[in-house]
Design a protein around this ligand. Structure first.
Ligand SMILES: [Ca+2]
Ligand SMILES: [Ca+2]
Ligand SMILES: [Ca+2]
Length: 179
């Protein structure tokens, strides 16, 4: 009799856990879905296509997440559009300065030789994707070429997957941080 009761109790509690995890999963999925829809569902049809996922650029979100304190320039705990705009403009100005000081012969473009004499972390994307960015193949990347450049995300992701394949997780973290 006692065994039956405890079995019955066990049954109830297992059911309880199952029901709970279903609810948790359901809630999480609902939250995630809301986010996907607001960020990616461009044609607003309550479906997310592979193309919509590929087109989504998570970079601004990461910038906001990582630099919230800096972007919130008046330190009132909220970021406004004005604060965000000011931050993006500041970043751009810094980047343009970097570009211009790297352009030692002042011809408006960066050659491989000019890039080679900058610090490793500077203008990293141009260094990494020089050939693809130099669309007119004149051996230098201009600001305009860099601005127009939109990498094929699926190719970039594939390349990243190839590079991280078989590596232990710790290494991967280090690589991410080094970027
Ligand atoms: Ca603020
Ligand atoms: Ca130059
Ligand atoms: Ca060029």
């Amino acid at each position: 009799m006692r065994t039956m009761i405890s079995l019955a109790l066990l049954g109830i509690s297992t059911l309880g856990i199952a029901a709970q995890s279903t609810t948790v999963a359901g809630d999480r999925a609902k939250d995630d879905w809301k986010m996907f829809r607001s960020l990616m569902d461009k044609d607003n049809n309550d479906k997310i296509s592979q193309e919509e996922v590929n087109k989504f650029n998570p970079m601004p979100l990461r910038v906001l997440e990582r630099n919230f304190g800096q972007i919130d320039s008046n330190q009132d705990g909220v970021v406004t559009f004005q604060e965000y705009t000011a931050y993006v403009q500041k970043l751009r100005a810094e980047w343009e300065n970097e570009f211009q000081s790297a352009d030692t012969n002042k011809d408006g473009g960066l050659s491989k030789a000019e890039l080679a004499s900058t610090k490793p972390g500077q203008l990293a994307r141009i260094k990494r994707q020089f050939e693809a960015m130099d669309t007119n193949k004149d051996g230098k990347v201009t600001m305009e070429e860099r601005d127009r450049f939109a990498p094929d995300k699926t190719k970039v992701q594939k390349a990243q997957q190839e590079r991280t394949k078989g590596k232990p997780r710790a290494d991967r973290g280090a690589e991410q941080r080094a970027k």
